[in-house]
Ligand binder design. Structure first.
Ligand code: PGA
Ligand code: ZN
Length: 414
């Protein structure tokens, strides 16, 4: 069966936050592959540009001008297609065609090729190898740019079921933590209305410390209940807290200003007290050195770069040189094309960084993230806990386990 692209068409639909989103259909031998680009709220400065200056409509217009060039291209040539899009775009960050288009074209092509070849998408990305499931990392309580005033300054408090043996149990453990967090919030604040942030995490009127205590208690209670260990994670999304003029971290909702040294000490105190297994973006996006200092001192906790690396292999290799972090977030749309993201994952693995394949706060219901995580052998899939667009990826892992597994869980040291 051939995999040549017969036609590619695009449209504007809407994401989970109600923003305009770029969706592409790729036709191969009577099969349609489809992908819709997600969007971030706390985006890194080094990310691919989602849309050209003319916006989503402009991106659509530009797509119509170059899309005929895609006809005849092999849809399963992931790296070749990504390179070809860079040739068409000719900017370092997809600012001409838009990173959203690059994402949707490359992911829809793999989807179409997989259907035409009659194999699941993850096998087209990962080839013949022993597959293992990523651990689901889910946002259970949040604040920052994903929720309104009154919620914590820290963006995400997360749950990671490190002791689970089956992916179904891992997904369910996070759901139990989410429920338990609500119960504990209501104990502290009986007037809590059940409000949630963009990723489905509870957005209560709690301080950062109260939030830490709540989630710590919840993961421990659920560990006892399910009989395996569930640990806490934190995404500081520090670039959102950082003021480049004062060079300080501003926790504006609690009137707290921390110097870089104070911020490092704050993170170390949290590690000491709550033993989170995972900490993302504890320092702002250009502080590679600060990441290296923390990585050295934070034994037993993964220090993961999101805005620091922005799925960019060059930035990652800069970090590797000085030991900045020991884990990466992989968001395909941060770099634009799927081929570039696969190269990034390979570079991370070659340097013994763990890979957390992540959703964005603005999502579609596409399940593709599950296949990408399996394909690149991500140790973690970060995809929220509840909400249709979050659970779509996790349910896909459960389906894959039944249809092509059972697979073991990836190896994580904890
Ligand atoms: P974003 O945030 O998708 O809004 O950028 C998620 C994150 O910071 O991990
Ligand atoms: Zn992040």
């Amino acid at each position: 069966m051939g995999t040549e692209i017969k036609e590619a068409r695009a449209r504007i639909v809407f994401n989970s936050r109600g923003e305009k989103a770029f969706e592409v259909d790729v036709l191969v031998e009577g099969f349609i592959g489809r992908a819709c680009a997600p969007a971030g709220a706390s985006t890194g400065a080094g990310e691919a540009v989602a849309f050209p200056p003319s916006g989503p409509e402009g991106a659509l217009q530009i797509f119509r001008e170059y899309s005929t060039k895609l006809i005849g291209f092999k849809a399963d040539d992931i790296i070749g297609l990504s390179k070809f899009l860079h040739e068409i775009d000719q900017t370092p960050n997809f600012s001409k065609i838009g990173g959203a288009a690059a994402f949707a074209i490359t992911v829809a092509s793999v989807d179409a090729a997989a259907k035409a070849l009659g194999i699941p998408m993850f096998k087209l990305i990962g080839g013949e190898k022993k597959y293992a499931h990523p651990y689901p990392l889910g946002n259970v309580l949040g604040g920052g740019k994903h929720a309104g005033p009154g919620s914590p300054d820290i963006q995400e408090f997360l749950s990671l079921p490190v002791g689970a043996k089956r992916v179904y149990d891992a997904v369910y453990a996070n759901i139990l933590v989410h429920k338990e967090v609500r119960r504990l919030i209501e104990k502290r604040d009986p007037s809590f209305s059940g409000g949630k942030g963009d990723e489905g995490a509870w957005a209560p009127n709690l301080t950062d410390i109260e939030a830490l205590e709540t989630v710590y208690e919840a993961v421990n209670n659920v560990s006892d209940k399910v009989g395996f260990k569930v640990r806490m994670g934190i995404d500081f999304a520090s670039s959102s807290l950082y003021n480049s003029e004062t060079k300080c971290y501003e926790y504006t909702r609690r009137n707290k200003v921390l110097s870089r040294e104070d911020q490092i000490n704050f993170v170390l105190t949290i590690i000491d007290k709550y033993s989170p297994i995972y900490i993302e973006d504890p320092l702002f996006e250009d502080d590679f050195e600060g990441f290296a200092i923390l990585t050295k001192q934070a034994k037993g906790t993964y220090i993961v770069g999101d805005d620091l690396f922005v799925t960019n292999t060059k930035r990652l290799l800069n970090g590797v040189k000085i030991g900045a972090g020991n884990g990466v977030i992989l968001k395909v749309n941060q770099v634009g094309a799927l081929g570039d993201a696969i190269e990034f994952a390979n570079a991370a693995k070659a340097n013994k960084y763990i890979v957390a394949v992540s959703h964005r706060s603005g999502e579609s219901v596409d399940p593709h993230l599950a296949h990408i995580a399996l394909g690149v052998s991500g140790e973690i899939i970060k995809s929220g806990v509840v909400g249709g667009e979050r659970i779509a990826k996790l349910n896909e892992l459960i389906r894959i386990d039944e249809l092509y597994g059972p697979f073991n869980m990836m190896k994580l040291v904890w």
